[in-house]
Design a protein around this ligand. Structure first.
Ligand code: GLU
Length: 509
């Protein structure tokens, strides 16, 4: 029987979910769906000192906004509940005990001062990065060194202790990574990591491995920053007797700064003004952090952009719906090299998906945005305007500013006007203005175009010579959507007035 694919996204609720985490969630989702498997959400909150209220809700909301909600997990439920590690605390203890009993872990009673003293001693002796390991443990206060009786006494007396893994002194640890191939690490470079803290909470390492096992996770897909922990995890699977069902690993490439120099950070985002979080985040009393959603990015655009940060389909195709991504996605096509975070690409995707939006949806957005500015229009006219503007914007919220001339006569004219202004332009504009009031208000754009062309031809001119100045008189701007459509929407009387006022201005300067 083929095993059901089960993957998990396992964020720690320490604040807003970074965009790299969203990409991890997306790749897990894509892989699960592609394999007809399950996508789980587990909240890794064993480090209570880093717990931030609201972070868990934020994670769920972000995944829901993007349409990549988990099948099982925190906030959803499922057969392996609870999915919040702090609520699974009693489960981990038994496994730590199993490791101690089998000789793969031990109690350590060292106080923080004793640990500091050890590091200081070794630093003085020229050891650059002193660790609690196969060599130094012999000099410390732990159950491998202290007489059995003393260990028992200390435990009975309730002395504070941690449980550490006993890393072998000389052993090669091999991790098979789907993206990187075999990664070999010598155990002498690993330290005796704490598995259980003195408060009885497991550390990330123990909880992560135990839960992946209990939740029958088949593939661990996570960020590259966890690769150094993978050898320790492999040893834990082995020591717990779970080697046969150990998940496969896939460590995703880092997200890099726009220039490719170093890891993408919140500081880059602040510096360049682009978001690195899916949703806006503002914990009580703290500064606001901007999010893709509030900045006006469409979920489809963000998904498409993120999918390509580290993965590509191996073809020229760049536009993928979520369903198409599921179809095309394979872990094998994920690259090893870091992916540059190029916000221009995200904008490009947004422009694309915005153009694909229904005019009715964009019209509704425009209508609401206008109302906020005290301008009322019919939904019908908002839709018509949106249909003309959507080719010219990256975000829906830009429609109001981009199309200001639909609602207001221009207050100033683009500088191109004076360069292109001529006696002919003045004459044509006035003649056009006169004609426009004489015709019915409900005229078609075709009819308006015809009128203008007739005037131009009568004067033996070329339309190219006068069209741009006329556009500037009416809209203030040197470029925009079809001018005849604009005139139709603002109305022939309004257009006529703007022309007259504009000609007066242009002839004065
Ligand atoms: N809790 C870890 C994190 O916050 C999860 C790492 C993993 O997926 O194993 O990223």
């Amino acid at each position: 029987m083929i095993k059901e694919v089960r993957v998990r996204f396992a964020p720690s609720p320490t604040g807003a979910l970074h965009i790299g985490g969203v990409r991890t969630a997306l790749y897990n989702y894509l892989f699960a769906k592609k394999s007809n498997g399950k996508f789980l959400l587990r909240i890794e909150d064993t480090d209570q000192t880093r717990y931030v209220p609201g972070a868990e809700e934020y994670i769920l909301e972000a995944l829901a906004w993007l349409g990549i909600s988990p099948d099982e997990g925190q906030g959803i439920g499922g057969p392996d509940a609870p999915y919040r590690q702090s609520e699974r605390k009693p489960m981990y203890k038994a496994y730590a005990q199993q490791l101690i009993d089998a000789g793969f872990a031990y109690y350590a009673f060292d106080t923080p001062e004793e640990l500091d003293a050890m590091r200081e001693r070794l630093n003085k002796a020229g050891v650059p990065n002193p660790q609690y390991n196969a060599i130094t443990r012999a000099t410390m206060k732990n159950s491998l060194v202290l007489p059995q009786e003393e260990v028992k006494q200390r435990l009975d007396a309730g002395d504070a202790y941690v449980i550490r893994i006993k890393i072998p002194r000389k052993e090669e640890v091999r991790v098979n990574d789907i993206i990187r191939g075999w990664v070999l690490v010598h155990s002498s470079s690993l330290d005796d990591k704490v598995l259980m803290k003195s408060d009885g909470m497991p550390t990330y390492h123990l909880a992560n491995v135990v839960d992946d096992h209990l939740m029958r996770i088949t593939h661990v897909i996570r960020g590259e920053e966890w690769l150094p922990s993978a050898p320790l995890h492999v040893l834990l699977y082995k020591y717990l007797g779970w080697e046969d069902t150990m998940p496969e690993f896939a460590h995703l490439p880092l997200l890099l700064k726009p220039d490719g120099n170093g890891k993408l950070s919140k500081r880059d985002a602040d510096m360049h003004g682009f978001p690195v979080f899916p949703l806006q985040w503002q914990p009580a009393g703290a500064e606001k952090t901007i999010g893709f959603r509030e900045e006006g990015y469409l979920p489809e655009a963000l998904l498409n952009f993120l999918a390509f940060l580290g993965w590509n389909p191996g073809t020229q195709q760049e536009i993928f719906s979520l369903t198409e991504l599921v179809e095309a996605f394979t872990l094998e096509k994920i690259g090893k090299a870091g992916a540059k975070f190029d916000i221009n690409k995200a904008n490009w995707y947004n422009q694309h998906y915005l153009r694909g939006m229904e005019n009715s949806a964009l019209g509704a957005i425009l209508k609401t945005d206008l109302e906020k500015k005290g301008i009322n229009t019919s939904l019908e006219s908002a839709q018509e305007i949106a249909s003309l503007l959507k080719e010219r914007i990256t975000f829906a919220k830009e429609m109001v500013a981009e199309g200001e001339y639909f609602f207001k006569s221009p207050k100033e004219y683009d500088a191109v006007l004076s360069q292109k202004w001529s006696a002919e332009a003045s004459e044509v504009s006035l003649a056009f203005a006169d004609k426009l009031i004489s015709i019915a208000t409900e005229t078609s754009a075709e009819e308006i175009k015809h009128i203008l062309h007739e005037i131009v031809e009568n004067q033996k001119l070329k339309i190219g010579k006068v069209l741009q100045p006329i556009r500037i008189l009416i809209t203030g701007k040197p470029a925009g959507p079809d001018l005849m459509q604009i005139i139709k929407i603002i109305g022939t009387n309004e257009a006529s007035e703007r022309l007259k006022k504009g000609v007066e201005f242009a002839n004065r300067v």
